[in-house]
Design a protein around this ligand. Structure first.
Ligand SMILES: [Cu+2]
Length: 218
């Protein structure tokens, strides 16, 4: 009886191994500016050739703290709702004139505004009608594979399923991401690290523009 159980357990273990999902890969990207220096707060994202269906996306938060947007740079997947609380005791009026999402929110301290759903991919510049020096950037991307670079300019994209992707990088105040780089994630192999050097000017802007920015095409 014991022998039968062991054989059954072995069979089940084999079946479980066969049913395991294909290996997912991690990709490390280092982003440099045009002088070759590491660029923090860059966004890198990989758009799969075959779209991946997703369930309910978590709500993102862009707060207003001491007359600044926090964080200044965000990235979310298309369809994400973003909450704009106001942690200051003064009024803010958050706007976007970017084609991917145009809106104005009057934010009063202690009164919650409804979240804004970003249902179109694009680069969105946020400003405040009351405080010119407030500026934030929101990238809306058609993929769950995205990340923001750390102080060393390093981004890690984890859990990439095998398949083909288009890889993009962006840093404020670029009006478009970099041109698409093809990325192939094999079934079982480690991905080599990638370095992307941005040729565009990456000096942060001091105020948000009062007109729209062109949207991106992916
Ligand atoms: Cu303000």
């Amino acid at each position: 009886m014991r022998g039968v159980s062991a054989a059954l357990a072995a069979t089940l273990a084999t079946a479980a191994a066969v049913l395991l999902p294909a290996a997912a890969a991690d990709l490390k990207v280092r982003v440099l500016d045009r002088s070759g220096l590491p660029l923090a707060n860059s966004i890198v994202y990989a758009v799969p050739a075959v779209p991946i269906s997703h369930g309910k996306l978590p709500t993102a938060i862009i707060d207003q703290v001491h007359r600044q947007f926090v964080p200044r740079v965000s990235v979310v997947q298309t369809g994400t709702a973003v909450d704009f609380p106001n942690s200051d005791n003064i009024r803010h009026s958050v706007y976007s004139f970017s084609p991917a999402k145009t809106f104005v929110l009057k934010l009063y301290a202690g009164r919650a505004a409804p979240p804004v759903v970003f249902d179109k991919a694009g680069i969105i510049v946020l400003g405040c009608e009351i405080h010119d020096s407030m500026i934030a950037w929101l990238l809306v991307v058609n993929t769950p594979y995205y990340a923001k670079s750390d102080a060393q300019g390093v981004v890690s994209l984890s859990g990439l399923r095998p398949g083909s992707y288009r890889l993009y990088a962006w840093h404020e105040p670029m009006r478009q991401p970099t041109a698409a780089e093809p990325l192939l994630v094999p079934e079982r192999a480690l991905l080599p690290d990638i370095t992307i050097r941005l040729k565009a000017d990456t000096t942060p802007m001091k105020a948000a523009p009062m007109s729209g920015m062109p949207g991106m095409s992916n």
